[in-house]
Design a protein. Sequence first.
Length: 452
Amino acid sequence: MGRFKRIALSVILGSSLVFTGLSSSAGPIIRFGRQGLLKIDIKLQVRGDHTSFGSGTSGQNDRTDLHFQRARVTLTGMINRIWGVKFQTCGHMHTSYTPLGYMQQLAATDQNDRDIRIIDAYIIGNFSRHLHMKLGLTKIPLTRENLIDCFAPLEIDRSAYVYTPVGTSPESISRNYGVVFWGTFLRRHLKYWIGAFQGREGQSPWSNSVDPSLPENKIIHTKTSPQPANTNLMYVARLAYSFLDPEPGGSGYWGTYFGKRKLLVVGVGGLYQPNAVYKNVIWDPKTGLSKVLNSETADYKAFAADLLFEYPFRDLGTITTTFQYLWVDVDDAYKTDLNPADQNVYVAGLNGQKHGWIGQLAYILPVTVGRHGLIQPFVGYQHWNFAKLLGVEGQKIDDYSAGINYYIMGQNVRITVQFDRVEFDKDTHMMGVSGGKISAYNMIRSQFQLVF
């Protein structure tokens, strides 16, 4: 299997430290004027993956990769306690693995493969504890899973199946351009989010290494169907209530709070974008061109429900369990929109019409390793029903995980090792696999993360 390392830098926004309640000693803070400050954070995750497919002439032999999972620089500046800005970059991860298989590797030939992209950029408005604002490119507050800091998940990473059907890039599926208002009431026990986002936007080019739904598994290059003329904004709302202690943090979450609070938090969320896609589209595999047959459209609709329970037992450690349910509906458009770009980007595929759930259980041992080190074994299970995935209608996925976290200095310095087994209800092609279909695969992942 080989050695795997993961390095990560996790941080709580500099200016937001006053408001989030999650503090971190990482990252320098430069103060200016009477109230102004600039906080700088560097966040890295180095990961090793070993999968049971992905190499050899058929793509069905074991494969090992070392890469950055995330490499970020975050700048958070505040003019005063009310107005500020966050700007976060993310370098290219130099990995070709996806939950749908291995894409072509570009690092050896593409001089732009190390490009840096913007992952967050928004104006901050902290008007009161009841009303905060984020305006720009920011997270979609539909699910707890997406709102968890990606440098502080309970497992090695957040679920790959909880994102929204407005694209395939992080800018679209976990974040989007818009405005979010959030705040707390009832002595911080009740927290709300309400937002309006761009959602579906224009046409996009699309290509796939191998599309198993096409004859002879052709490599195709096409584009999504036009955006409907009457597409509206995407609206998102969320409520969460803490029955025991108020949950720390601001507009985001951590996977665990290390037993510093007694928490029972229940959340619900909803998403709606009317007239998001054309419903009746034909596609010619010979020319790669699609044609919209009429003006009938489909709406995006989603519902989420989630739970966090964390309880510290004196001298016995801390137990943490989470649950996430997500239902996404696109009016069965995958049955009549035959453009493979639409099916993989909008109406079906990994982020389109689906429903499923996640369950996790973790336990922090009542001992320390070294001066501050904590050990946390965990297990997880996911079950997802996809309308159409990799050319297979009614596909189901069962994802089993087990691993261990070693928090050397909380989330600032952390090592995680995790085993995953992914099983498909129906045998499927995978990107990068040319030697037939597979029914399951295994993966061992290891990360070391460090926060400055």
